[in-house]
Design a binder for this molecule. Structure first.
Ligand SMILES: [Zn+2]
Ligand SMILES: [Zn+2]
Length: 258
């Protein structure tokens, strides 16, 4: 799988006017897989993909983790739909549709697929599993993590969500064998931060990664990627911490083969 990160920041980035991003700052969350799958739809995702010269007409499937505005922007979804050669499959939690707010006309240009925690299905030559994320969007549906399996490779995508919900962890422990994991590192090394109920700190990641490795959730030599990071790209504080954890720091424009 070839990953391309189009936005690796947190909710702070959405406050920038018209999605502009000052040098060294991160865009909101969005990622491509193999040039035809988009995960999360930040306000800057389509424009940045275009700027990077990516072929947006190839996109067939778009997955939404949750409806927070740093992950979902209707204009971005509709821009991908307009550029695509085929009618895009849009996958989102079943209770998020009100917040997603598509008119009948807008929904008609997409194949909208409401999904539930635990669903498993095939699309775009991938096997996909939706798992519960420990995150909160009151009135906006259950936030989801995903496992994407393509060409024998398995990728976990976990933005946003703190720690793991019990059912998600038990699924991963039983079915793990992941080639790569994308985990959020929103709060960095701020162990006392109030966000610990919905986001990860580095001390939490340190504990989680020990259990992930010792329980075979991640294959030996598998790739760990930190994403959804508050603050600047390549910050002097975060880089050594992520190095110590054996995690690659995602940044806007990073492409990675797993
Ligand atoms: Zn977020
Ligand atoms: Zn969120």
């Amino acid at each position: 799988m070839k990953l391309c990160f189009l936005g690796t920041g947190t909710a702070g980035s959405k406050l920038m006017p018209e999605g502009t991003v000052p040098e060294g700052k991160r865009r909101c969350c969005s990622m491509w897989i193999d040039g035809d799958v988009v995960v999360d739809l930040s306000m800057q995702s389509f424009d940045f993909a275009t700027k990077l010269g990516l072929d947006t007409s190839r996109v067939t499937d778009v997955f939404l983790s949750h409806t927070h505005r740093d992950h979902y922007c209707k204009a971005t979804l509709l821009a991908y739909a307009a550029a695509a050669k085929t009618k895009i499959n849009f996958w989102c939690h079943k209770d998020s549709l009100t917040r997603i707010g598509l008119t009948e006309e807008e929904a008609a240009v997409l194949n909208v697929h409401p999904i539930e925690v635990g669903d498993e299905w095939e699309t775009a030559g991938m096997r996909v599993k939706a798992l519960r994320a420990n995150h909160l969007t009151p009135g906006g549906g259950q936030p989801l993590h995903y496992i994407f399996e393509r060409n024998g490779q398995k990728l976990f995508y976990g933005c946003d969500g703190a720690w793991f919900c019990a059912d998600t962890w038990e699924y991963m422990r039983a079915n793990g064998d992941l080639d790569a994991m994308i985990l959020e590192a929103t709060v960095g090394d701020d162990a006392g931060n109030f966000r610990i109920g919905t986001h990860n700190t580095v001390p939490m990641l340190r504990l989680m990664l020990t259990a992930i490795r010792e329980n075979g959730v991640l294959k030996e030599g598998g790739t760990l990627i930190a994403d959804h990071i508050g603050g600047a790209i390549h910050s002097d504080k975060m880089v050594p911490l992520l190095d110590e954890l054996g995690m690659i720091e995602a940044y806007d424009g990073l492409t990675l083969e797993i």
